[in-house]
Design a protein around this ligand. Structure first.
Ligand code: OGA
Ligand code: ZN
Ligand code: ZN
Length: 583
């Protein structure tokens, strides 16, 4: 085994390290959630003995540090003797003092803009493309986080369709305006939005705490003269205020402003500053609505300072160069960050017809949806292998490579196997696609019991390499496959893949009828792969940590060569695979 780098555990804060113990007594193995109270840890906690780095063999949880089969450090704690095993990869990724990127709600990591910055590059897409193509959807949702909005075209003009848009990335937030609200001229309007009046840049529902963090406006009809829309980046305006009048900026971050709304059935009030900053002083929320600011009750001098600052900020927000003008056409749906962007419309002619439908949703749901989409995105290279090289014939078997592997995954699933085994069965032969990942190190000793000599032939990534195997050279596809999969998955997935060839040699040794059940092609490759194991090899194999899992995968492998069987496509397994991605 190569020497592992040493790791200075003693420099790490003891309470922090213990709080992140991955053992199944400290964290529920399925959810990764903590099972202990911070207050129940003993006082005077410190690492007693530290061993390693070693190759750990502990079953870790799904979330948080997982140590099965990875180079790890073992800590036995003083005074309670508790044992924790930390993978080096987890320690390296989570070292104290790393970069703090915050929560993606502050100005950090966003692109602040004025109208000219967006000329020719509006974040927009057509609704069918957004629905059909995960890449388009991810790009648009990312725009809401980075620029504060997206514009969808071709959203069907039917009533209530705006709810489907909200549900495409999150959850509708119902308010006193309903789950869905109509923006059109109403006879007895409880809000200026429901008249034909000009509405200057504002955020919605400032009198609500928590405020809805996303707003959607879907245009059904816009035939009136006027009624143009406008968007202003409130973070850009606030940052401009901070640069030009820091005292005014400070006043607005420190003054709670009463926002109020009342009608016959509702009386809402929230007291929040016009500009809210996070604990590090970064702009995090802009709340601005001239229509609904109530009466401030402060000492006179503070009222003077507030009104001066409020006026300066309001003038800034009305600057034409900050405002992106657009006219919504039927089918357009604007989705924007209501804690950052201000929206506006010009007045429109009373006699023309104009009808928008709106609803609210929230940024946390959108961010979650984007993160999950990106997980699936990261699996794109695997999906491409199944669609491309996977369609090729499989070593003289009556099924294609992709069919074979999808059948193996389906068998595992039908047997009620846990997700990591379904994944291992589905992916066990990816090494056949990827011979170039094997850089000719086949003579290197390993711990799998699969000890055949000989490197695979040269083959481009994504080509089927099994021909070398059939021609008498072991392409070591179980190893190249496991190594390739290590990019996405932990050892619970990769090790059964690594051992699935050894498992065939093992099963032929311990199960007298097994050899007969092999396909002709598999009998042929068995010889190239080292033949039936000796009794000693079989005993060594059975003692390996992943042996039982590898044997299970192997049995599904054998069954998965059925021509014409109804087989789920690779995409069927995507949710299961994304759930197994290493964090
Ligand atoms: C609103 C609003 C803008 C418009 O309903 O909150 O600001 O274009 N409407 O009518
Ligand atoms: Zn509004
Ligand atoms: Zn196979």
């Amino acid at each position: 085994m190569p020497a592992l780098p040493s790791f200075p555990i003693d420099d790490l804060p003891a309470m922090w390290l213990r709080d992140n113990c991955p053992c199944p007594d400290c964290r529920d193995p399925r959810s990764g959630q903590k099972l202990f109270q911070i207050s129940s840890l003993p006082a005077g906690l410190r690492p007693g003995t530290v061993t390693g780095p070693v190759i750990g063999a502990v079953n870790g949880p799904v979330a948080g540090p997982s140590s099965d089969g990875e180079p790890s450090v073992e800590v036995v704690w003083y005074p309670d003797g508790h044992r924790s095993v930390y993978p080096l990869s987890w320690l390296a990724a989570n070292r104290p003092g790393g970069v703090d990127r915050g929560d993606r709600r502050t100005e950090d990591g966003k692109e602040l803009w004025t109208a000219a910055d967006l000329a020719g590059r509006l974040p927009r897409a057509s609704w069918p493309a957004y629905l059909d193509e995960p890449g388009v959807r991810a790009r648009m949702l990312e725009s809401v986080l980075r620029l504060g909005f997206m514009l969808l075209h071709d959203v069907p003009g039917s009533e209530g369709q705006v709810l489907a848009v909200a549900e495409s990335f999150g959850h509708v937030r119902e308010t006193n305006y309903g789950r869905l609200f109509d923006v059109r001229v109403e006879p007895a309007a409880n809000n200026l939005a429901f008249t034909s009046a000009r509405i200057t840049p504002h955020t919605d529902n400032p009198y609500r705490d928590p405020v809805p963090t996303i707003q959607l406006l879907h245009c059904l009809v816009n035939e009136a003269a006027g009624g143009e829309s406008g968007l202003v980046d409130g973070f850009a305006a606030a940052s401009l205020l901070r640069a030009t009048d820091p005292a005014a900026f400070g006043t607005l971050t420190r003054t709670p402003v009463p926002f109020v709304f009342r009608d016959a059935g509702t009386e809402l009030r929230a007291d929040r500053p016009l500009i809210d900053t996070d604990p590090l002083g970064r702009i995090r929320e802009v709340r601005f609505n001239n229509r609904s600011i109530g009466t401030l009750r402060l000492p006179a001098a503070e009222l003077d300072a507030f009104y001066a600052a409020y006026r300066t900020f309001a003038e800034l927000l009305l600057r034409p160069e900050l405002r992106l003008d657009l006219r919504l056409s039927p089918g357009d749906c604007l989705v924007f960050d209501n804690t950052r962007l201000l929206h506006a419309r010009t007045a429109f002619a009373q006699d023309g017809s104009r009808h928008l439908q709106g609803c609210y949703a929230d940024l946390d749901g959108l961010a979650s949806r984007l993160t999950v989409l990106r997980r699936a995105d990261s699996l794109e290279p695997l999906a491409a292998l199944f669609a491309g090289a996977g369609a090729a014939e499989y070593l003289g078997e009556p099924v294609s490579m992709a069919e074979h592997m999808c059948q193996a995954g389906a068998r595992a699933e039908a047997a009620g196997a846990p997700p990591h085994l379904v994944a291992a069965a589905l992916l066990h032969d990816v090494g056949h696609f990827n011979e170039s990942a094997d850089s000719g190190d086949a003579g290197e000793s390993d711990r799998s019991g699969d000890t055949a000599e000989g490197a695979g032939g040269a083959g481009a990534t994504g080509t089927v390499s099994g021909h070398a195997l059939m021609a008498g050279t072991d392409n070591r596809h179980s190893h190249t496959g496991a190594d390739l999969l290590g990019r996405w998955f932990g050892p619970r997935v990769t090790e059964p893949v690594r051992l699935h060839v050894a498992a065939k040699r093992y099963l032929c040794a311990v199960d007298p009828g097994y050899h007969e059940r092999l396909s002709e092609a598999s009998k042929h490759t068995l010889r190239v792969q080292g033949g039936v194991m000796t009794a000693r090899e079989a005993a060594e194999f059975a003692a390996l940590p992943g042996a039982a899992d590898a044997v299970a995968v192997r049995r599904w492998d054998e069954e998965a060569k059925e021509p014409g069987a109804v087989t789920p496509p690779f995409e069927h397994f995507l949710p299961l695979l994304t759930g197994l991605l290493r964090g």
